[in-house]
Each structure stands twice: as C-alpha cells, then as structure tokens.
Design a protein around this ligand. Structure first.
Ligand SMILES: NC(=O)C1=CN([C@@H]2O[C@H](COP(=O)(O)OP(=O)(O)OC[C@H]3O[C@@H](n4cnc5c(N)ncnc54)[C@H](OP(=O)(O)O)[C@@H]3O)[C@@H](O)[C@H]2O)C=CC1
Ligand SMILES: O=C(O)C1=N[C@H](C(=O)O)C[C@H](O)C1
Length: 243
C-alpha cells in the first residue's frame, strides 16, 4: 500500500485521483490546493501527484526534493523552462511527467510514432483535440505529446515543424509541418485524433476518453511504480511496459 499525496486535491483530477487511490487499495496521505503546505504533505507521503497549473510546478518539485520523495506531474501547459526544472529535479529524485496518464494514449503515441516513420514526410500530419469548456491550455498536453511522437517518427524536432493557431491568410501548408487544432466545449473529458493525410487517402488514429477516471487510474499506477526507483526522469511507456 502506497501513501499518495495529492497536489490539486479539490480539482477535477484531484477528486478523481482520490477515488482511484482508494479503488487500488492505496491511501490518500493528504491533499493541498493553492496556498496549502506542499512541503508538509511531501514529508507525510511515499509519492506526490501533481494535477494543478504550471505556476505551481517549481514549488512542487522543491517540496518533493526536500522530502526525498518521487513526484508524478500530470499538469499540462508546461513551457521549456518547466521542462528544464523537471530535468534538474530528476537528478535528485524520480520524476514522471506526462501530458496523459492513460493506457490508450500511451499506446496511441507509440502507433503515431510508427505511422509517421513508415509513411514519410509527404504525408501531412494534423493533431486535433477537443476538451471541456473549463480547460485553460491549448494545444492540450496530449496533443503536444502526440506531435512529439510524430516528430520523433520523422526524426525531426517538433519545435522546427509545429504549426499552431492558423487564422486569416496563412499561406499554403508548410512542407513537413505538424499542425494543431483545438476545440473546446461542454464536458468532453478528452478526444484526440492524429490525421495523416496523403495523396487520395487519409489515416486517422484516435483516442476518446469517456471519463477522467482513466487518467486517475493511470496516475495511481505511475505513482506506485515510481516508489523506490532511482533518481531520473521517467515516462508512461516504462510504467505500462510499452517501451
Ligand atoms: N496528464 C494527464 O493525464 C491529465 C492532465 N490534466 C491536467 O491536470 C491539470 C489540472 O486539471 P483539472 O483537475 O481539470 O483542473 P482544476 O482546475 O479542476 O484543478 C486544479 C487544482 O489545482 C489547484 N492549484 C492551482 N494552483 C495550485 C498551486 N499553486 N498549488 C496547489 N494547488 C494548486 C487548484 O486549486 P485552487 O482552486 O485553490 O486554485 C485546483 O484544485 C491541468 O493542467 C490538466 O490539463 C488533466 C487530466 C489528465
Ligand atoms: O485538462 C484536461 O481535462 C485534460 N488534460 C490533459 C491534456 O492537456 O492533454 C489530458 C486529458 O486530455 C484531459
């Protein structure tokens, strides 16, 4: 049984996580939200799970390092400086960061990497996502994860080929671009499609989250897996044995 500390405990994911922790036979060591004492929570748990917002990241990493406990970061909307902070923290403690903790999306990323590698750059790649009206970041962390997988399959850097936020006279599509489009509305838990568009044919690889409990269950599995690991940066394929 693991004692799991929840950062962002009153949020949509924090509440789902508490249910998933109980379902899996683990214990909620406690929870914090904005203004809470994350350092105290870190001292009282075996592993922290963070579903909050990017400004909370550095403080959460600091608390985890101070207590010497692993941390799973599910928060999205992260920028290069956040990833640099995660890399640095991973020298001291085990850290797992992912835009999506579900089994289905972890496998989807694998399939996207494979399809992009096999089909080559003459197939245009577009990543489409839809989420609930409360979501604050775009493209979603999952869309970016899938874009990274496509770029890896092609052997290029996503940053050099990403096309985001098209509007107005955009000019024709850049060769080799990986495009992103975001829809928001209702209570959609999360839908992602990667469209590979070729000459007179199109391949679409999709995932639908019917309930955010899938993310919560994956996060519990990832958090429990982190306990006792060596310091380092880990990812969901390692947890799920898909590497
Ligand atoms: N990786 C994955 O599989 C998934 C990732 N996510 C991501 O998780 C994040 C949270 O999503 P969701 O639960 O829907 O969002 P919510 O807005 O429902 O919840 C966020 C929670 O974090 C708390 N919070 C915000 N800032 C801090 C802080 N500085 N310290 C501690 N707590 C803080 C909020 O508290 P308060 O209200 O007091 O501000 C709130 O309780 C998002 O980035 C989302 O994209 C979501 C689903 C799956
Ligand atoms: O905010 C959400 O709800 C979700 N966020 C993650 C993302 O940005 O990809 C994962 C999931 O799609 C739900």
């Amino acid at each position: 049984m693991a004692r799991i500390g929840i950062i962002g405990s009153e949020g949509r994911m924090g509440q789902a996580l508490a249910r998933a922790i109980a379902d899996a036979g683990h214990e909620v060591a406690g929870g914090v939200d904005q203004g809470g004492n994350t350092a105290n929570l870190a001292e009282a748990c075996d592993v922290l799970v963070d579903f909050t917002a990017p400004p909370a990241l550095e403080g959460n990493l600091h608390a985890a390092i101070g207590a010497g406990v692993p941390i799973l970061i599910g928060t999205t909307g992260l920028e290069a400086r956040h990833h640099a902070a995660i890399d640095s923290a991973a020298q001291a403690i085990p850290v797992l960061q992912t835009g999506n903790t579900s089994l289905g999306v972890t496998l989807l990323a694998h399939l996207v990497r494979e399809a992009a590698a096999r089909l080559g750059p003459q197939w245009d790649i577009e990543v489409l996502e839809m989420h609930h009206r409360m979501k604050v970041d775009a493209p979603s962390g999952t869309a970016l994860l899938l874009g990274e997988a496509a770029a890896e399959g092609r052997g290029v850097a996503l940053a050099d080929h990403s096309e985001r936020g098209r509007d107005g006279i955009t000019g024709r599509r850049a060769e080799g671009a990986i495009g992103f489009a975001s829809l928001r509305g209702g209570t959609v838990a999360g839908e992602h499609s990667v469209i590979l568009a070729g000459e007179e044919e199109r391949l679409t690889l999709s995932h639908v989250a019917e309930d955010r409990m899938i993310f919560a269950r994956g996060a519990v599995a990832g958090a429990a897996w982190l306990i006792g690991r060596a310091a380092g940066r880990y990812a969901m394929p390692q947890v799920l044995g898909l590497d």
